[in-house]
Write a protein that binds this ligand. Structure first.
Ligand SMILES: Cc1cc2nc3c(=O)[nH]c(=O)nc-3n(C[C@H](O)[C@H](O)[C@H](O)COP(=O)(O)O)c2cc1C
Length: 163
């Protein structure tokens, strides 16, 4: 299974999760950043506003072609109960994803908020033609827990084997 792990991380939590999953699956991690970085002063008012509206930021890299991959893993923090505008931009930038197996991961403070954010996250992935194998929400406790990340890795492998 050749996997790509596309992620946004503002403060490092999702990056660590994505890098660990990337290592364990021998996948390719791709960090997506906003063309205009969010300052610590503006991340709450501007980031939350844009997340709540479901807006998509311009991101780097501008395009991500997933044609050569079997599994597309997408990971994002939760802002204001939604996926971030940065990951929204990353999903828009995907090419070659029609019918691809995929796995969505959200990191957040509260699992309830993460579960709410899954709804628009999944919808956006499906709009691109991705086929969702499964999803995972990591809260303030589990996002730093290696055992929880190992469980996700096992789930991705089993989703791959079962599809
Ligand atoms: C602007 C902003 C808004 C956030 N909104 C929420 C939220 O609505 N619900 C929640 O559970 N966590 C929220 N968080 C916490 C982050 O989702 C959580 O700490 C995440 O794991 C951070 O990931 P990162 O370090 O990869 O950026 C917010 C964080 C920021 C910076």
């Amino acid at each position: 299974m050749k996997s790509i792990i596309i992620y946004h991380s503002h403060s490092g939590v999702t990056r660590r999760v994505a890098e660990k999953i990337g290592e364990e699956l021998s996948g390719d991690p791709i960090e997506v950043t906003p063309e205009k970085e969010y300052s610590s002063l503006m991340v709450v008012p501007k980031g939350c506003f844009r997340a709540m509206k479901g807006l998509a930021d311009k991101v780097r890299p501008e395009k991500i072609d997933v044609t050569g991959y079997d599994m597309v893993i997408i990971a994002s923090p939760v802002w204001a109960g939604k996926p971030t505008p940065v990951i929204n931009g990353a999903i828009e930038s995907l090419t070659g994803c029609q019918g691809k197996k995929s796995y969505g991961i959200l990191t957040c403070k509260s699992a309830q908020s993460g579960n709410e954010a899954l709804v628009p996250f999944i919808a956006r992935m499906k709009e691109k033609g991705l086929v969702i194998s499964n999803t995972a929400v990591l809260d303030r406790n589990t996002s730093t827990d290696n055992a929880a990340i190992d469980t996700i890795v096992a789930d991705i492998k089993s989703a791959w084997n079962n599809l």
